[in-house]
Design a protein around this ligand. Structure first.
Ligand SMILES: C[S@@+](CC[C@H](N)C(=O)[O-])C[C@H]1O[C@@H](n2cnc3c(N)ncnc32)[C@H](O)[C@@H]1O
Length: 253
């Protein structure tokens, strides 16, 4: 964990850990996150037993994974984030470690999840190659990462990642084509790519950044409506450009 980005991410997420607990503290924001998690879990190969969540952070997704796929392991570079996980997944197997040097045996997992962690690292192909190595033959990597296909979203992220203290300047989003290329360079076979998140992502996903819905009566109902709209938007070829994230399912051949 000697590299400077790893150190910067540890420092960054030390300060962010309490914000994540707050982020997941509202019914409407939990509804959104649970929908996102259900989308990711739906791509796990049937019968998956050995499960890893890379960059599990404060463990909200890991808690759901453990309910559906008992024994899931969480790894994060930030010990401070993992300490918050105790709140959501008491007793889970949590590992403090760097995704760029995964401390697991080859072929140890049926499925590796990664929700929003790749873009915090610098050696993307190295990260993905490590994921591939820890998957059994035929195992799947399911990840969701910020998508910059839309020029306006790309610009907004460019500014946010540079100006906000909650990001590192070197963090970056991906284009659909770019992230597929990275997977292929790492020797993964990309099976599915789809967009995720538009209105619900913006208004319900991050009440610590954008808190408008907190003050609106019926915010859970509004979030459910946004989720329905988002599903339609992200499924339509032209409109899917509006998606804020890209979900990629890739297999170890
Ligand atoms: C955007 S947060 C997402 C956390 C969690 N997956 C969620 O959805 O709430 C990114 C997480 O990646 C972790 N991270 C960043 N770089 C990492 C690395 N090289 N290895 C492992 N985890 C890393 C951070 O500490 C942080 O917890």
């Amino acid at each position: 964990m000697a590299n400077s980005n790893a150190q910067a991410q540890i420092e960054l997420h030390r300060a962010l850990a309490p914000r994540y607990a707050y982020r997941y503290g509202f019914e409407f924001s939990r509804l959104f996150q649970e929908d996102w998690h259900a989308e990711m879990i739906s791509h796990a190969p049937p019968g998956s037993r050995a499960v890893l969540d890379i960059g599990c952070g404060t463990g909200f997704f890991l808690a759901e994974l453990c309910q559906r796929l008992p024994g899931a392991v969480g790894l994060d570079i930030s010990h401070d984030m993992l300490l918050v996980s105790e709140q959501y997944v008491p007793g889970a197997r949590l590992v403090t470690g760097d995704a760029e040097q995964l401390p697991f045996q080859d072929g140890a997992f049926d499925v590796v999840f990664c929700k929003g962690s790749l873009h915090h690292t610098r050696d993307h192909v190295g990260f993905l190659s490590n994921c591939r190595r820890t998957l059994r033959a035929g195992g799947a990597l399911v990840m969701s990462e910020p998508c910059n296909d839309n020029p306006l979203i790309r610009l907004a992220r460019f500014v946010l990642y540079r100006k906000s203290p909650h990001f590192d300047e070197g963090d970056q989003g991906f284009t659909r084509r770019g992230i597929v290329g990275l997977c292929e360079q790492a020797g993964l076979r990309v099976e599915r790519v789809k967009k995720y998140g538009f209105l619900a992502y913006v208004f319900a996903g991050f009440p610590d950044h954008l808190g408008v819905l907190k003050h609106v009566p019926g915010n859970a109902w509004i979030t459910r409506a946004f989720l329905r709209i988002d599903r339609v938007v992200c499924a339509l070829p032209g409109l899917s450009l509006l998606g804020f994230h890209v979900v990629v399912v890739a297999r170890r051949a």
